[in-house]
Ligand binder design. Structure first.
Ligand SMILES: NC(=O)c1ccc[n+]([C@@H]2O[C@H](COP(=O)([O-])OP(=O)(O)OC[C@H]3O[C@@H](n4cnc5c(N)ncnc54)[C@H](OP(=O)(O)O)[C@@H]3O)[C@@H](O)[C@H]2O)c1
Length: 266
């Protein structure tokens, strides 16, 4: 398996392209010659990135300012994407909340599920039929190491990323032999606006610097993983340790351990 070759008509779609891993994915794909559709809510940032990448790499970059947690806005975008030639879909937009579920803002929790899980499902369903008819295409889903085990005090995020992780790995196997592929990007800590959006400034200081990866490192690993047809990409040593411990530590142990850790985050 490899990535579909870039053509002038085809597009690589990146959600969450106004910040962090999404910006780096967009740049990495533009460097490989893909014309882009960049999606997020902050239009000014999308415009700036689109102009920079178009100028630097000689590609076309379209932008769509869409709140992907809004079902009506998302439906319009899905309708459009279903009619376009999409070579690559990077389902990357997402955010987290921390704290006890019982005291969380229900609307914010619902938006999190809509964005991290339902939008990923909807966008994937929108592009998959055309990719399969064409016999070529690549889908990336940004899940998280948080989706490998229960996440007390981070429950909605962990559950929404469990959905993303499982969807990606299920599709990976389902699509074998079709010419279309699906890869999971399951990062651990990545230095982006994630902690600020989640309102957990302490998170940045909880881990020593070398345990973090940059957005560029995560995106480079993700694109290389897609190009190699990989099932799962886990960038960085700490994320690999998290993955193994999340999968093999008994639930009766990992639940209380993470409850203690995540209580200190907020
Ligand atoms: N950073 C980490 O430690 C880490 C670890 C594991 C997994 N991840 C995952 O990596 C992905 C990228 O996150 P990041 O770390 O790059 O964080 P980030 O810097 O906060 O970027 C998040 C992106 O998602 C977009 N987004 C948020 N809400 C949206 C909405 N309602 N509609 C459309 N777009 C929306 C944001 O754009 P707008 O605000 O402009 O809409 C932004 O472009 C997420 O799925 C995250 O869960 C991150």
């Amino acid at each position: 398996m490899s990535l579909p070759p870039p053509t002038p008509a085809m597009r690589a779609v990146v959600t969450g392209a106004s910040s962090g891993i999404g910006v780096a994915l967009a740049e990495g794909l533009a460097r490989r010659g893909y014309s882009l559709i960049l999606i997020a809510r902050r239009e000014d940032r999308l415009r700036e990135l689109a102009d920079r990448l178009a100028q630097r790499y000689g590609i076309e970059a379209e932008i769509r300012s869409v709140d992907l947690s809004d079902r009506a806005e998302r439906a319009k975008l899905c309708d459009e994407l279903a009619t376009r030639d999409i070579a690559v879909l990077c389902n990357n937009a997402g955010f987290a909340t921390y704290g006890e579920l019982a005291t969380a803002n229900p609307e914010r929790e619902r938006q999190q599920v809509e964005l991290n899980s339902v939008a990923v499902h909807d966008l994937t369903l929108a592009v998959l039929p055309t990719m399969l008819a064409r016999g070529v295409g690549a889908i990336l889903i940004t899940g998280s190491t948080a989706g490998n085990q229960p996440g007390p005090n981070n429950a909605t995020y962990a559950a929404s990323k469990a959905f993303a992780n499982t969807l990606a790995e299920s599709l990976h196997s389902e699509l074998v032999g079709t010419g279309v592929q699906c890869t999971l990007l399951a990062p651990g800590p990545v230095r982006t606006e994630y902690a600020e959006v989640a309102e957990v400034p302490k998170l940045d200081g909880m881990l020593p610097g070398p345990l973090w990866v940059s957005a560029e490192q995560a995106a480079t690993a993700a694109i290389a993983g897609m190009a190699a047809g990989r099932r799962r990409v886990v960038p960085g040593v700490f994320a690999k340790v998290q993955t193994v411990s999340g999968q093999y530590t008994p639930r009766s142990l990992i639940g209380p351990i993470l409850r203690t850790v995540y209580r200190r985050v907020k």
